[in-house]
Design a protein around this ligand. Sequence first.
Ligand code: TMP
Length: 211
Amino acid sequence: MDKGKFITIEGGDGAGKSTQIPFVEQLIRSRGHKLQVTREPGGTELGEQLREILLNFSAGKMCDDTELMLMFAARKQHLYEVITPALEAGVWVLCDRFTDATYAYQGGGRGIDASRIEVLEDWVQQGLQPDLTLLLDVPVEIGLGRTGKRGEVSDRFEQQQVCFKELVRESYLDRTRRFSHRIKRIDAAQKVDAVQIRIVEEFNAFADNVT
Ligand code: TMP
């Protein structure tokens, strides 16, 4: 049996991930593939508990390395319980964020050296990489304008300064240039319909190639 494909969606705050994930989900299903939709940090019972800590821990400062290792701890459990078994069974996996987010937030945002992230990436993923990553890219001010309108209580990452968010965006864009075979930038500042046209283009180019 063919293995499933692993697709991830990335983007900064207000890039429109929550609107576009159900859209990508429907694109994958329309090609007749079985699909598991999941997210990081999270996706397992343990991972969701770690997510709660990672996003909302408020008693003092969490050390950057602790944050990095908790992200990878949640990821290992997710791979072990959900992602790897699904892919092995021929099920496609659509994941809201994965390790590109770690390079962007813990690497770019927090300033942790990429070589240290790579050590954990190799250990935890043992070579597994997404087959396709859609980066919903939006200038920081536009993203902030959108999240501001939602009026929700913000988490530890959303509370970061604009310069942190600029560094996150730069890291994502840098990875898009370096891994252009896998990471596809979608201009998410456009209207929803225009974003979806670009998503369909990238998705079809990928899916036509693998099925
Ligand atoms: P989200 O579900 O709204 O995307 O929130 C998850 C937050 O976690 C988001 O602000 C980015 C952050 N994050 C990291 O900092 N590193 C990671 O590796 C992942 C997966 C997420």
